[in-house]
Design a protein around this ligand. Structure first.
Ligand code: GTP
Ligand code: SPV
Ligand code: MN
Length: 584
């Protein structure tokens, strides 16, 4: 009789038949061995030792470059418990089908056992997972993204309180790729992909899909949110959490260099992708970042847009699917320099402009969080940081104004539930299609989203000092098709208004959808932007919103009677407010 951990590892080994099983301790010596193993695999290389010490480039299989949502399943006994927005398989059928693909999948390979902690080591909000994998790349990434090895095994001891995740690369054929979740059993199986959210099982699979299910059972929240602290003149820091869909700006907002730094406004990073939140003794919702690193989108990241990231990723960083220069330095579109001669694209071929982008649009860097110059002194606080504002947002070329404030928690929940955004390269499929993505959780909610909205409403009743809820849109375009708002470090101007609203100050103007900044509400000094652009950015067009209302009704109809009554109520209220402006 072994420990529950050993018993589960043995079971996984009996199914997958690896040549050897290695328990990872997380040490530096072990890491160097894993990285060498990754290099022997052939699709990885070391980068320039003097300018990028201890940095690696890994090229994934060209058909394995993003999350595959159509191959991701929630396996609850009842289909309706997964809900209309999730792919569903019954647990028995899923075990049979995916078990057949995992059977013998690790023959000739090493099975690495990665015990890991999600959340600060000594936090009561933290949880333990164990991933077994046959991919050295996954081990090296999990070492950056989580607290893994001995520290986790010591905390776990002989306890059975961990979420197991079984991962195998299989043959990397998308026809034999499945990412399946068993929320009742708190178990994850993934086969056929080595990429990001498909393979680093602590990230989207555990920290969001399984955790969201646990959070509803246990009265807390697991959200696809960054966590930041906004420092104001005088030094007071106010914490905010923001949910934007994949590749819509969380990392960049959380790690920005503030354009208002000379006025005393600075942004500190607590997390860039996921927030776990519980009501604290002080009556505020407290958030921890379950992760220990950032798996960020490389394209678009440069010294002008995000100097903090650029500084962080010069050492101990794994790059995935970026291009590489003749000097063995990573390169991507938007890095701020023209493509240098001798560039090799993400597939490993000599690049020229006829070959499309040199870096894959979903190319990523994996970097330890504490390497960011913007890392918050509170980022590992065991009790988490108190959240004063929630910010929803997405990519909307039209419709959504730069920023607006909801009327109250219930309305704010409706604003989150009716979010939509243009799709990005973070998931396979067409890019730029507007789709509904409630709370940026569409691909990550481990249960029926109608019940998820219900959980939000319940939490609102329980939190003595609930965060105020806002919505932002950095991606509104003008008639010329260009972004109206400069974004990045300038987004602090919007955060400043949000801070003022949290403190009950700031100029507002009421619209049918909520409050937008009133005259002089946004601090715009030092920014070259026309008054017309600002007017367009803050405009609420009743006709566009009427069309939006019809679309959200259709979306809500998918949930049938399971949709909380409050969501229909808010829908009707918005309709009435819009009607009044049209007739006024
Ligand atoms: P995931 O890691 O996929 O969850 O994404 P994320 O939400 O952290 O997105 P990220 O910050 O990495 O940004 C994705 C893309 O959006 C990058 O190409 C950025 O350069 C771009 N981006 C981020 N913020 C802004 C902004 O304020 N304005 C504009 N125009 N682009 C932005
Ligand atoms: C996302 O797609 O939202 C990501 C990257 O943060 S992944 O780890 O692939 O999920
Ligand atoms: Mn994400």
């Amino acid at each position: 009789m072994g420990t529950p951990l050993e018993n589960w590892v043995n079971e996984a080994a009996q199914l997958t038949r690896p040549d050897r099983v290695v328990y990872c301790d997380g040490s530096e010596a072990e890491n160097q061995g894993i990285l060498e193993e990754m290099l022997r695999g052939g699709d990885s290389l070391t980068l320039n030792e003097s300018t990028y010490p201890n940095c690696y480039l890994s090229r994934s299989s060209p058909n394995d470059v993003a999350r595959t949502e159509h191959l991701t399943f929630i396996c609850t006994p009842e289909k309706d418990d997964a809900g209309p927005t999730n792919n569903w398989m019954d647990p028995v059928g899923a075990k049979h089908k995916v078990g057949a693909l995992l059977s013998g999948a690790m023959r000739g390979r090493t099975m690495y056992v990665i015990p890991y902690i999600l959340g600060p080591v000594n936090s009561p909000l933290s949880k333990i997972g164990v991933e077994v994998t046959d991919s050295p790349y996954v081990v090296a990434n999990m070492r950056i993204m989580s607290r893994m090895g001995k520290v986790a095994q010591d905390r776990l001891g002989a306890s059975a309180d961990f979420v197991p995740g079984l991962h195998s690369l299989g043959d990397l054929d998308p026809m034999r790729r499945y990412i399946v979740h068993f929320p009742q059993e708190k178990l994850i199986w993934s086969v056929g992909s080595g990429y990001g959210g498909n393979a680093l099982l602590g990230k989207k699979c555990f920290a969001l899909r399984i955790a969201s299910f646990m959070a509803r059972e246990q009265g807390w929240m697991a959200e696809h949110m960054l966590i930041l602290g906004l420092e104001a003149p005088g030094g007071k820091v106010t914490y905010m959490a923001a949910a934007f869909p994949s590749a819509c700006g969380k990392t960049n907002l959380a790690m920005m260099v503030s354009a208002l730094e000379s006025q005393g406004y600075r942004v500190w990073t607590v997390g860039d992708d996921i927030a776990w939140m519980r009501i604290g003794a002080d009556g505020y919702l407290h958030a921890v970042n379950p992760e220990a690193g950032f798996f960020g989108v490389a394209p678009g990241t440069g010294f002008h847009t995000n100097p903090n990231v650029m500084e962080a990723i010069h050492r101990n960083t794994i790059f995935t699917n970026v291009a590489v220069t003749a000097k063995d330095e990573p390169w991507w579109e938007g890095i701020g320099e023209a493509p240098p001669p001798g560039l090799i694209n993400w597939k490993g071929d000599a690049w020229d402009s006829s070959k499309g982008p040199a870096a894959h649009p979903n190319a990523r860097y994996t970097v330890p969080a504490n390497q960011s110059p913007s890392i918050s002194s509170q980022w590992e606080a065991p009790e988490g940081v108190p959240i004063s504002a929630f910010i929803f947002g997405g990519r909307r070329a039209r419709l959504a104004p730069l920023v607006y404030e909801s009327f109250d928690w219930q309305h704010g929940t409706f604003v989150g539930a009716t979010m939509a955004s243009e799709t990005t390269a973070a998931a396979t499929g067409e890019v730029g299609i507007t789709r509904r993505d409630p709370m940026a959780m569409l691909p990550f909610c481990g249960y029926n989203m109608a019940d998820y909205f219900g959980h939000w409403l319940e939490m609102g009743k329980k939190i003595p000092h609930p965060p105020k809820i806002f919505h932002v849109n950095w991606f509104r375009r003008g008639a010329d098709g260009k972004f109206l708002w400069p974004g990045y470090g300038e987004n602090v101007r919007v955060l400043k208004w949000i801070l003022e609203r949290v403190e009950g100050r700031g100029s507002v103007q009421e619209t049918p959808i909520g409050y937008v900044p009133g005259p002089g509400g946004l601090t715009l000094d030092g920014l070259k932007i026309s008054p017309e652009a600002i007017e367009e950015l803050l405009r609420v067009n009743p006709d566009d919103w009427q069309a939006e209302l019809d679309d959200t009704r259709q979306f809500f109809d998918k949930f049938g009677t399971r949709l909380p009554r409050e969501m229909r109520e808010e829908h009707e209220r918005l309709g009435r407010r819009l009607q009044r402006t049209v007739t006024a």
